[in-house]
Design a protein around this ligand. Structure first.
Ligand code: MN
Ligand code: MN
Length: 456
């Protein structure tokens, strides 16, 4: 069903199922605030559903359920289909990195009796939104001997949190007269982490006290920050929003809402004609670069491994498998905000509550940099949606020439496979707390489930 409010379909038991699914999703985003946490959670979920690591298979046959990970930051889950891999794979690809603030490699300093951590933001954040909030620290520290220390401080009700301070309005006249993108500059996003001096110390006594605490409690030396990856994110769990509990407010819906629903769609689907796949990638927010971004060769290499476990391997089989694949680039859309109607073109915009949103193209200024999906493929998708009674909508990212953005769609499109962007509409995207509609979360899950069963 195109362009209609999806809530009208839900009452009684169906509404209960929708709400119950969202409770499971809330648990996921409340616990998974980094790529690594998403991957660990996904591994647990895969194993609960009977998926086994690729390393435990000597060969693969239809119906086998397999997952593979890459550097703790990517995971792929597959159900092997009846057709050989060469016939193509039904892929759901989503990203599990979200905009945030990272700490620098040499971060710790003291100023006016405060211990501070210097930071470098990650992805497209609106800097002034990140000050004065309780923030948590999540990540890993690697010692020289290879020991990994996991960090998650600020999520339990009794945990301490950290914060980026801001100037009071009484003294903020000059600062607040600046344009919004200059009010808080990148180097102003330092974190206050302590102010109690170490007894008997004269110089940098507060910093020394924090260094001692890190050593005593976590076995972390100051130099270990060089080989650490610590992400500063909003503290606390996702919550119901609206007196009718119709929405979820929380950190990282972009793009963990599509990652969770895509993963669940593959886990909840038994064997299909074609092999099905949920592919969760990292680094989308900074250009899909590096070993764990969508541009990495990891996915292609993994498909080669799967072919090798299923049949006699050849390079041609790999190329055919990729070219014959179909993919939904599961990523969020910018939802129309009643307070800021001016940036949207109402007929071609995403709305909370109208179900999964397809973007034929994103890009900016004349569709630059987008994956412009093939209309024949879109017609097949429309058919799948309607046959499964799924509410869907189509959108562009704002009015022409207003702005724009990109996803991983074109990167997998480079393999010559059919790809279209398909995801959940989000309000306040990239803010510390983003908002989605529960009905869109559930409809996206149902849409992804219908897509992976796609059979020509
Ligand atoms: Mn995204
Ligand atoms: Mn984003």
């Amino acid at each position: 069903m195109f362009g209609k409010n999806a809530w009208n379909k839900y009452e009684g038991k169906k509404l209960d199922e929708l709400m119950a699914f969202n409770e499971e999703y809330k648990d996921f985003i409340s616990k998974c605030k980094t790529e690594r946490e998403c991957v660990s959670y996904a591994i647990e979920l895969c194993e609960k559903y009977g998926f086994k690591s690729i390393n435990s298979y000597k060969s693969l046959k239809p119906g086998d359920k397999v997952y593979a990970t890459n550097r703790d930051r990517n995971i792929c889950a597959f159900v092997i289909g009846d057709e050989p891999m060469e016939a193509g794979i039904n892929i759901l690809g989503a990203h599990i990195d979200s905009p945030r603030i990272d700490i620098k490699q040499n971060p710790l300093y003291e100023k006016t009796d405060f211990a501070m951590l210097d930071t470098h933001y990650y992805g497209g954040i609106v800097k002034y939104q990140w000050v004065t909030h309780p923030l948590a620290l999540h990540g890993v520290v690697y010692k020289k001997d290879g020991t990994e220390i996991k960090i998650a401080i600020g999520e339990e009700p009794n945990d301490p949190v950290v914060c980026i301070t801001d100037l009071l309005p009484h003294l903020g006249y000059d600062k607040n007269s600046k344009p919004a993108n200059k009010v808080i500059e990148g180097e102003d996003l330092d974190i206050t982490i302590g102010h109690m001096p170490l007894n008997g110390e004269e110089k940098d006594a507060v910093k020394k006290n924090i260094a001692k605490l890190l050593k005593d409690k976590y076995n972390i030396e100051e130099e270990d920050f060089i080989s650490a990856e610590i992400e500063i994110v909003p503290a606390g769990p996702a919550r119901d929003m609206g007196l009718d509990r119709s929405m979820v407010i929380g950190y990282g819906h972009d793009d963990r809402v599509c990652a969770y629903t895509s993963l669940r769609a593959v886990l909840d689907t038994e064997k299909s004609k074609y092999t099905t796949c949920a592919f969760l990638v990292d680094k989308e927010e900074i250009g899909s670069v590096g070993a764990t971004g969508a541009h990495s060769k990891w996915f292609e290499n993994l498909i080669a491994e799967l072919i090798n476990l299923s049949t006699d391997y050849s390079d041609l089989k790999l190329r055919r498998a990729l070219t014959n694949s179909r993919m939904l680039s599961s990523d969020v859309s910018a939802a129309v905000d009643p307070l800021y109607m001016g940036v949207f073109e109402a007929k071609n915009a995403a709305y909370l509550g109208k179900g999964i949103c397809f973007n034929k193209y994103t890009g900016s200024r004349g569709k630059s940099g987008c994956n412009d999906a093939c209309p024949k493929f879109i017609a097949q998708i429309r058919n799948i949606m309607d046959m499964n009674d799924i509410n869907y909508q189509t959108a562009e990212l704002g009015k022409v020439d207003i702005g724009g953005g990109g996803t991983i769609a074109y990167i997998l499109g480079n393999y010559n496979m059919n790809v279209i962007d398909a995801g959940v509409a989000v309000l306040s995207m990239h803010a510390p707390n983003e908002i989605v509609s529960k009905v869109d979360v559930y409809e996206a899950y149902l849409a992804y489930k219908a897509f992976v069963k796609f059979a020509e």
